[in-house]
Design a protein around this ligand. Sequence first.
Ligand SMILES: [Zn+2]
Length: 314
Amino acid sequence: MLFKKFLFIFILALSFINLPSLSLAQEDHPEHPEYIVATTSQIGDLLKNILGDSEKIDFIMGPGIDPHLYRPTRSDMEKLLKADIIFYNGMNLEGKMEDLFHKLEKEKPVIAITDALEERELNTFSKDGKPEYDPHIWMNVANWIAATNLVKSTLSKGKWTNILQTKTDTYIDLLKDLDEVIRKQIATIPEEKRVLVTAHDAFGYLGSAYGLDVIGIQGISTESEAGIKRIEEIVDILVERKIPAVFIETSVGDHNIKAIIEGAAAMGHKVTIGGHLYSDAMGEEDTPEGTYIGMMKHNVTTITNALNSELQEK
Ligand SMILES: [Zn+2]
């Protein structure tokens, strides 16, 4: 009896000794991500679509946020430090956070989704005489499918392996349908009117994939201001091609767009604001535009309706 009691205490003691080592063993497996943090809401939405609406997924840039200028808050830093894995856009979209990502990648997986694309699939532009890549890859749905596959293959080593394949397949089918919808809608705009003027150059991939001439007043990043010469050049194009509308972006100020409209009016050509577009940020959560698919549909419907509108008489 005494022996049994001793044995019981001995086993109990053993189990206590084992407890800490068990939890250490779990923490030692970063390939089983528990808490995933994304920078942009687009990437957050992608994660939710292929993993389910998990409370383990967070993103730091909400509606109306301009990623080019964004600096992480204290609570963002807490999320990024706590994260088991981080997904960001890359190619300098989150220009003020690149150094931070390079530091964090020494401790945990920090994945740029633009790595999903081959060099030949990327649009380039010149900055201070040097070639750089356009980071706004989500504007071509084919790129977003590639990003979805990259995220899936990165996470497929984790505990979500079983649900990932089915959910990814379903999401990619939805993305293929979206691609088709965009193609059909843009095709309804007369070719000479397929010119998209926006506050900054976020729509280059939309233009090259679906056949629109894209003009961003401020260039690829919102960091640089547009000069008067740039405004005049764009006004000339609008007048020459009789373009009826220009567009506001939800994450960028509209002062340049207003200057263009006034410039065209001074030359006797009426240009209207065709509506607001979601460029670098999506709409409010729990609205259709708060998802990637909804945001793209909103943009393309707004562009198509405005560019198809009857030209105003002079
Ligand atoms: Zn941008």
